[in-house]
Each structure stands twice: as structure tokens, then as C-alpha cells.
Ligand binder design. Structure first.
Ligand SMILES: NC(=O)c1ccc[n+]([C@@H]2O[C@H](COP(=O)([O-])OP(=O)(O)OC[C@H]3O[C@@H](n4cnc5c(N)ncnc54)[C@H](O)[C@@H]3O)[C@@H](O)[C@H]2O)c1
Length: 279
């Protein structure tokens, strides 16, 4: 079977006939990952705590293919599922259901995440617990439910969307940055444990990306300019490439790591932040 190729992602192959599970797929980066996997010919389980958001996104005609992702005809289809990644029983049930309805999961993309900002002294117990529940436990629950099946079949790919905040301290972001650093190391340990089983586990670390999560940080009209220029008062570097990422920039890195072209890449952390962390 020849692979479906898409202009803009040259040479990325290995998606036809594959089943992908994406968490946090209702908007922003998760929705872009779903669209891209769909265009590449994958069957995608688009999951989110907000079922209506994934159902609506799947019903909208795709601007590139003109086809509604939920139509299901030809290569590529999107199937919406409600899933709260903080609920381990729901994760087990939904993974089992996706396996039954769509087939064994080949690609897992952990995108669901939340951001609570506050100085440390003002972070509540609930802020801390909620942040770790989604950003860390969520990644653990989904990976634990999916990866043993991949290993039994001898192949699979996990990509965790973390953040460049995992690699550089940020004021007001202690809970978020700590949670993302935990998710990064969890994903790398997972990659080591399962390398001999043919399962690759990698991280994509976005910088500021044009989504509702980012918009929530913009308190005045100058905020996007401060993101680009940096802000010495908060010890924040700017973005050397001079632009805020589109969700598609992040999705392209995710699908590269999921593709056959990345077959010898595991336990890596790919920063997609326009150089913001000066790595
Ligand atoms: N936007 C940025 O600037 C940026 C930068 C670095 C990292 N990230 C990371 O990228 C990922 C996606 O971010 P985004 O900007 O698209 O965020 P977003 O807030 O726009 O979308 C996040 C999605 O996750 C879903 N979600 C939240 N809690 C959930 C749960 N318990 N179970 C399932 N789904 C849940 C939401 O309903 C939403 O659809 C997140 O992990 C985020 O931390 C974003």
C-alpha cells in the first residue's frame, strides 16, 4: 500500500493503516496534531475531556482535503472520544474501546495539559495537584494503558508534548514547569524500558504557541510583543526567530517523530520554540 504524502511534510511516511490516539485534541496543538495525522492517512482517536470539542472538530471539512475527518471513507479518519486523562479507570476503558473499535494503537500523542500561573507563595494545593494530575499523571495513565500492547506487537511510537518551560526556569510557572519536567523524564524512562520492544518514546517541547492556552496569558495588547522581544523584568528571553509558533509547527515536529523517518530516534526532546531557550 502506498503512503499518503502531504505537501509541507516532505518524505514523512508510515501512517497509512496506523491507529493514533491523541489526548487534549479539542483545540490548539492537539487539534493540529489530529488534522495532520488524518491528512497523512492515519485513523485517529481524537480524545478530550470536552467531548463536544472533538466531535465538532471531526465534523468540520478539512481545508486541505475538503473531506470531513469523521467521514471515514478512504485513507484517514477521525473518531472522537471523551476522555479525562486524570481518571485511570476511564483511560483503561477508553484505550480498550479504541482497540476494539479502530484496532491496536500504533501512535500515542500526549497533548492534554493545563497551565496555572502564580508565584509560588500564591499557588494553592489545588493548583499544584490539578497541574500534576493532567500534565504528569495523565501522561503516565495513558502510556501505561497503551505501551504494553505496542510492545507485544513489536512497534509503536509515543510522543509527549511537554514545554520549553521544562528546560528553563520561569517566574510564575513553578507548578507547570515542574510538571512538564516530570513528564519529560517519565517519557525518556519509558523509552529506555521499551526500546528493545521496538517502541520509541520522544518529547516535543513547544515554546509560545498561538492557542487558547497562550491567549490566556495575554493580559494587554502589548503582551505578544513582549513574548517576541523578551522581558528583562521577568528574566524572560525573547524568541530569536521572531515569531510565535502556529499549532502546525508543533504538529509537524510530532508527526516527524512518529514517522518512519524517525525510526532510529528515541528518548529525544525536540524543542520547537524559535530558539527561545537558547539551547
Ligand atoms: N500554547 C503554548 O504556548 C504551549 C507552550 C508550551 C507547551 N504547551 C503544551 O502543549 C499542550 C497543548 O497546549 P495548547 O496550547 O493546545 O492548550 P489548550 O489549552 O489550547 O488545549 C488543551 C486541550 O487539553 C484539554 N484538556 C485539559 N485537561 C484535560 C484532561 N484532564 N483530559 C483530557 N483533555 C484535557 C482541553 O480541553 C483542551 O482541549 C499542553 O500540554 C501545553 O502544556 C503549550
Amino acid at each position: 500500500m502506498s503512503d499518503h504524502r502531504v505537501p509541507g511534510i516532505p518524505g514523512t511516511s508510515g501512517f497509512t493503516g496506523k491507529v493514533a490516539l491523541v489526548t487534549g485534541a479539542g483545540q490548539g496543538i492537539g487539534a493540529a496534531v489530529v488534522r495532520t495525522l488524518f491528512r497523512l492517512g492515519a485513523t485517529v482517536a481524537a480524545t478530550d475531556i470536552r467531548a463536544k470539542a472533538v466531535t465538532a472538530a471531526a465534523a468540520e471539512p478539512d481545508p486541505e482535503t475538503g473531506r470531513a475527518p469523521s467521514a471515514g471513507a478512504g485513507a484517514g479518519a477521525v473518531h472522537p472520544y471523551e476522555l479525562d486523562v486524570t481518571d485511570p479507570a476511564a483511560v483503561e476503558r477508553t484505550v480498550e474501546r479504541i482497540g476494539r473499535e479502530l484496532g491496536p494503537i500504533d501512535i500515542l500523542v500526549n497533548v492534554a495539559g493545563i497551565l496555572r500561573t502564580a508565584p509560588v507563595a500564591e499557588l494553592t494545593d489545588e493548583d499544584w495537584a490539578a497541574t500534576f494530575a493532567v500534565n504528569v499523571q495523565g501522561v503516565f495513565f495513558t502510556s501505561r494503558a497503551v505501551v504494553p500492547g505496542m510492545a507485544a506487537r513489536g512497534s509503536g511510537s509515543v510522543i509527549t508534548v511537554a514545554s520549553n518551560a521544562a528546560g528553563i526556569p520561569r517566574t510564575g510557572m513553578a507548578a507547570y514547569a515542574a510538571s512538564k519536567a516530570a513528564a519529560v523524564m517519565f517519557t525518556k524512562c519509558l523509552g529506555l524500558e521499551y526500546a528493545r520492544s521496538g517502541v520509541r518514546c520522544n518529547v516535543v517541547a513547544p515554546g509560545s504557541t498561538d492557542t487558547p492556552m497562550q491567549w490566556a496569558l495575554w493580559s494587554d495588547p502589548q503582551a505578544p510583543a513582549r513574548v517576541l522581544d523578551g522581558d528583562l523584568a521577568s528574566y524572560r528571553t525573547g524568541i530569536p526567530l521572531g515569531r510565535i509558533a502556529d499549532p502546525q509547527d508543533i504538529a509537524d515536529a510530532v508527526v516527524f517523530l512518529a514517522s518512519d523517518q524517525a525510526r532510529h530516534i528515541t528518548m529525544q526532546d525536540l524543542y520547537v520554540d524559535g530558539g527561545a531557550t537558547l539551547r
